[in-house]
Design a protein around this ligand. Structure first.
Ligand SMILES: N[C@@H](CCC(=O)N[C@@H](CS)C(=O)NCC(=O)O)C(=O)O
Length: 316
């Protein structure tokens, strides 16, 4: 039974995060981010890059077109997820790891995301609590009493998106059975997707996930009342930290999914905190601007389909 994302557990079914790992498949110069405009973890890393004022080159991986499984990308990030950071040809994976890497490498020189040493532990606790929420299940699964917005409103279809991925991965496992990098990557990925799908389609698991999230929201509300936020600071420090990036993006997603009424009060510290987070310039640039679906998702998907129809390989 999976009640937290597979990537937040210690199980050996996901590859460990990479930090600045040399990779012959990755672009050589500068900062590159492989991401999807609407992906939660991509939103977090883009906000981190903006917060640090870094110039970066965008490589969109279209999740609706399953480009995360394309061999070319899977050789860079064997987890077959976004985001992936590449700095001068070196690969860093796992959102929590990418953000802490960016903060430690560029924070001091760019004067951002720096917190006093004695606040590290509490900031890390709040990073962990946000990153272990099972937002994928809340996004795709049925939540009792909630009608989700398009394209998530279709309860009888819950599980289908993940089932399609399982099928594609089974084909890829077959196709790359002699490739010692891709075959294990695809096998691990299929196991993760199968477990995620099982959680999404099982009402008792969804109930437990909603309940765990509600408890986390109660703890968040209490911290916002008792901690630095009450006196003009942020969640875990007087300074804006990686914990605020994690929670801002989570709150934005939960609100967009229409889950606020089951998770927190509309008149609350969480609501005031959300307003302040969403107004921040780095949030507007890294999250809100990328959320325009027409320009950032529909058009690239049309281009993808057109290239495919013309017999060209859109993943190349
Ligand atoms: N937190 C993990 C997981 C990231 C993750 O689950 N990314 C999602 C988008 S937010 C993804 O790529 N999903 C596509 C898939 O799993 O097929 C990491 O950063 O490596």
């Amino acid at each position: 039974m999976l009640l937290v994302p597979a990537y937040a557990t210690d199980r050996d079914w996901v590859d460990a995060p990479l930090t600045e790992a040399p990779c012959e498949w990755a672009p050589g110069q500068g900062i590159h981010l492989y991401h999807f405009p609407l992906s939660l973890d991509s939103q977090k890393v883009r906000q981190g890059l903006e917060e640090l004022g870094l110039q970066w080159q965008s490589h969109v991986i279209l999740l609706p077109a399953q480009q995360q499984f394309a061999p070319r990308y899977a050789r860079i990030n064997s987890r077959c997820v976004v985001p992936t950071l590449v700095t001068d040809g070196r690969v860093t994976t796992d959102t929590v790891n990418i953000l802490s890497h960016l903060a430690s490498r560029f924070g001091a020189q760019n004067n951002g995301l720096i917190i006093p040493e004695d606040e590290t532990a509490v900031v890390n606790d709040w990073i962990d609590s946000a990153s272990s929420l099972f937002i994928e299940a809340l996004t795709y699964g049925d939540v009792r009493g909630i009608k989700k917005p398009f394209p998530f409103g279709n309860n009888h279809e819950s599980g289908q998106y993940h089932q399609d991925k399982v099928q594609l991965l089974s084909k890829l496992i077959e196709e790359y059975q002699d490739d010692d990098t891709l075959r294990p990557a695809y096998e691990k990925k299929r196991a993760v997707i199968e477990a995620t799908r099982a959680a999404i389609v099982t009402p008792s698991q969804m109930d437990a996930i909603v309940e765990t999230t509600r408890v986390a929201m109660g703890q968040l509300e209490a911290q916002l009342q008792q901690g630095p936020f009450g006196s003009g600071g942020w969640l875990a420090s007087e300074a804006f930290s990686l914990a605020d990036i994690q929670w801002g993006v989570v709150l934005y997603r939960l609100r967009w999914l229409g889950l606020q009424p089951v998770l927190w009060q509309s008149e609350s510290r969480i609501a005031a905190y959300s307003d302040r987070l969403f107004a921040r310039a780095s949030f507007q640039r890294g999250v809100v601007r990328w959320s325009r679906v027409g320009r950032n998702v529909v058009l690239p998907m049309l281009r993808f389909k057109l290239l495919k129809a013309m017999g060209l390989n859109p993943d190349a």
